[in-house]
Design a protein around this ligand. Structure first.
Ligand code: CAA
Length: 247
């Protein structure tokens, strides 16, 4: 079998890094997509090389911009061949109570966390269907499932990710292409560590397992969803949240 190619957005963040590493271990060619303003790319590549991951192809672009997505997909295809696996992982937070939330904070989160799925998936889904094999993995969040005070924008976008995944899964079900969402709880990444200390403490106290997720625990789930044996799973939302209550 020819080596498959996986394309991961937000690749250089905590979760993205773990997903790239999981795929590299599985033997895929990995394309790491990152925001052009991210200025630690060289350092990230050095860290990856030191950890034994030397072959990542990097492409830069803003996932909220469809032209950037087209350019990134074209670059990825010429460097690594057709994209077999897409992970829509890029995401941002602009947390604020709704009473104080500004329109720009709403728009930014919807554009990066939800419209990005349209922009990136458009570049690959028809080609996957033509080839008769593909995996689209969308990173949602426990807060898209249960809602979170201070995150009307983020919760709405992440709930939208689940709806998108369920709908597209039906459209591609007979084409060999699966579409699933992963809804992680609080993962030990920079995004979560940026939460105010007292707020984060009360969040961790509310998690039955009393700890944050390790990024590699989410990477392992991506690894499974990308595999041939996950071929019968589509339209699913995989909750991985330490038992965090949905009520
Ligand atoms: N439910 C209901 N009300 C709440 C609340 C909650 N969970 N938390 C706070 N409030 C109320 C407070 O009691 C307070 O009310 P009063 O003004 O009447 O006293 C009011 O909301 C303001 O609360 P804060 O003092 O917290 O306000 P702030 O402006 O200092 O901070 C915030 C607002 C930045 C949104 C902060 O509350 C916060 O960071 N919350 C956590 C949000 C969160 O969970 N983000 C997740 C980020 S990580 C991620 O998103 C990854 C993932 O997928 C899980």
């Amino acid at each position: 079998m020819t080596q498959r190619t996986a394309f991961v957005t937000g690749a250089m963040g905590g979760l993205g890094t773990a997903i790239c590493q999981a795929f590299a271990k599985d033997g895929y060619k990995v394309v790491a997509a990152y925001h052009p303003e991210y200025d630690n790319k060289d350092e990230w590549l050095k860290e990856m090389a030191a950890a034994g991951f030397k072959d990542f192809v990097c492409v830069a672009g803003d996932v909220s911009n469809i032209d950037d997505c087209a350019k990134m997909a074209a670059e990825a295809e010429s460097a690594a061949g057709p994209i077999d696996i897409l992970v829509n992982n890029a995401g941002i937070t602009r947390d604020r109570m709704f009473a104080k939330m500004e329109k720009g904070q709403w728009d930014a989160v919807i554009a990066t966390n939800l419209s990005s799925l349209f922009n990136m998936t458009k570049q690959v889904s028809a080609k996957m269907a033509e080839r008769g094999w593909g995996r689209i993995i969308n990173i949602s969040s426990v807060n898209g499932v249960k809602g979170q005070a201070g995150q009307t924008n983020y919760s709405a976008a992440k709930a939208g990710v689940i709806g998108f995944s369920k709908a597209l899964a039906q459209e591609l079900a007979t084409k060999g292409v699966t579409v699933n969402a992963i809804a992680p709880g609080y993962v030990a990444t920079k995004m979560v560590m940026a939460i105010r200390e007292d707020v984060l403490k009360s969040i961790v106290d509310s998690i039955p397992m009393k700890r944050l997720a390790k990024p590699e625990e989410i990477g392992a789930l991506c690894s499974y969803l990308a595999s041939d044996l996950a071929g019968y799973m589509t339209g699913a939302t995989l909750n991985i949240n330490g038992g965090l209550n949905f009520q």
